[in-house]
Design a protein around this ligand. Sequence first.
Ligand code: GTP
Ligand code: MG
Length: 372
Amino acid sequence: PEDIRVYEFAEAIKRPMSEVIKVLFDLGLMMTKNDFLGNDEIEILSEEFDVEVTIVDPKDAFNYEEDLAQDIEKDPDATKRPPVITIMGHVDHGKTSLLDAIRKAKVSEGEAGGITQHIGAYTVQQNGEAITFLDTPGHAAFSHMRQRGTDVTDIIVIVVAADDGVKPQTLEVIKIAKESGAPVIVALNKMDKETAQPDMVKGQMAEHGISPVDWGGDVEFIPVSAKSGMGIDDLLENILITAEVLELRANENAMAKATVVESSLEKGRGPVATVIVQNGTLKVGDYVVCGSSYGRIKALIDENNKQIKSLLPSYTAVVVGLNEVPASGEVMMAMESDKEAKEYAQKRHEYDRHIELSHSTKSTLEDMTSMI
Ligand code: GTP
Ligand code: MG
């Protein structure tokens, strides 16, 4: 494509820029370092320098999602996994309250005691089936995951306050949902309020292509109240019905792959990352790589602050043991050995640096695809 510059090409094939410019000059092309190369020029240069050149979108170079989808599709040992739900909606419409209410209603007694801290990801059981929830957006993770093609969301729950209706961020969320292709369920929240007008909200949503089932459309609208707990069972039941159709699968015995939802540097613990497992089982003691960071898992801490030994597909926990804080949306992968993890992290580091140097967000020469 036209957005590869001369110096980027030189960098990619690890040859001095002057040599590249000279070859172009000998071909009768007067080009400087910042000029863009066309496909023909790239082809000629590749022959001259005897290099094989593949042009890929950097997003594709580490396209985990596609790899993963293929891995699982081909895997005869993949079995049913729980759905991962992302809660989205306009500010103050009750996303966090709803998550808290679900958690309170579903976490077995004794465990729930004194949980006040905000938890961004957790799994609940409904009639013996697990459901994992993520609190977004405003969450950088979501856009990172989307950029990296590592979005873990299976179903989107759009929360709309029934007393407030469709707002700018609701529209944004509708757009995101449509782009992602994930099925949508609408939670009509704050139904305990006298000023709630569910039909008004349905009308507004229908205007934007989210048509209620009871109006002949294809989206379930579930009246709920995060305050009173009303409708929560209904919402969870609908999530499970929707998930059933998706036939979500993963192989518990595959090499683990997980996605980072949030990450930070914690006193005493060092770099920590909240992850959701997409395939395989993540275990304490696993060698892992996560972008350009790597390490051996020292501890897995679940949403109840309990140390656990292993984490199954679609479940979430905090991982301790990485050498650096990974970016949200990054993929964590189990490796055979410490050496392998280190090498992969190093390659990824070089790759990231290359992308940075090339200042290219769209496309770049990439000869590292083969290393995955
Ligand atoms: P942001 O994270 O800031 O976007 O907000 P949010 O969508 O997470 O909303 P949050 O859960 O923080 O709730 C916003 C306000 O609405 C709080 O004051 C809640 O107490 C209130 N609220 C949430 N759900 C309900 C509900 O079902 N009924 C009533 N009456 N109030 C609610
Ligand atoms: Mg919130």
